[in-house]
Design a protein around this ligand. Structure first.
Ligand code: DX5
Ligand code: ZN
Length: 230
């Protein structure tokens, strides 16, 4: 269970869009703008056609940074890595349901054994109702609003309906599970996503700008858009 006293819903900038040579500088700018956590995309070149950060980056950021790390494992065998990311200071570890129900459940259980928040992610093409059997084992469900693998893509049509559907399932079932979305979240669609029932907004290209000042301003604007709709 997440801390209910946090300033929900939360903005979680995705470091994939930050300057890789200036991760800490950009992370601190996002924090000043109102970010609550940092999103770290981990890609293995198999589950998705791209490569990104590893457990060493997670550990360095956790040691030096001030925001909790929300680690998104886009990998085929998360059980090979969850212990390393837990040791590296991850706050949330999220695996994908598309690796198979048994493997996903085993990973969720191991993440909880390690004392970390556990998330389960669904690609845009996977029906939302497939989340139901996992809800007792997950602290959050991450609905991908783009096909995973790259930043800077457009928010997919039909995503608002998926958020509303999941919101309905969680509220009717009384599940203490949060909804996170990831991909194409921008200042012009974040209020509608909030209204649909989102709790955590991953945002990369709309959060990180050409300078730390720009980043702080952009994250503050996203925060203002959410708060304006409340
Ligand atoms: C994509 C990643 C996202 C991505 C979001 O596979 O999981 O976290 O970095 O970036 P934007 O907000 O630019 O779509
Ligand atoms: Zn992500």
């Amino acid at each position: 269970m997440f801390d209910p006293t946090l300033n929900w819903p939360l903005i979680v900038p995705s470091l994939l869009a930050a300057d890789a040579a200036m991760l800490l500088r950009d992370a601190e700018a996002a924090r000043r703008g109102g970010a609550a956590m940092l999103h770290l995309d981990v890609m293995d070149g198999h589950f998705v056609p791209n490569l990104s950060f590893g457990p060493q980056t997670c550990a360095s950021l956790a040691r030096a940074g001030s925001l909790p790390l929300d680690v998104h494992l886009m990998v085929e065998n998360p059980l090979d890595f969850v212990d390393m990311f837990a040791a590296g200071g991850a706050y949330v570890l999220t695996v994908h349901a598309e690796i198979g129900a048994e493997a996903a459940l085993a990973a969720l259980r191991r993440i909880h054994e390690l004392g970390i928040h556990a998330g389960l992610s669904f690609k845009p093409g996977t029906p939302v109702r497939e989340a139901v059997p996992f809800l007792p084992y997950a602290d959050l469900i991450l609905l991908m609003t783009v096909e995973p693998g790259h930043g800077g893509q457009s928010f997919l049509p039909g995503s608002l309906e998926r958020i509303r559907e999941l919101r309905g399932i969680l509220d009717q079932g009384g599940f203490d599970c949060r909804i996170e979305i990831d991909g194409g979240v921008r200042a012009d669609n974040i209020a509608a996503c909030a209204e649909a029932g989102t709790d955590l907004f991953v945002t990369g290209s709309a959060a990180f700008g050409a300078s730390p000042e720009e980043t702080e301003k952009q994250v503050r604007e996203l925060r203002r858009k959410i708060d304006a709709g409340r």
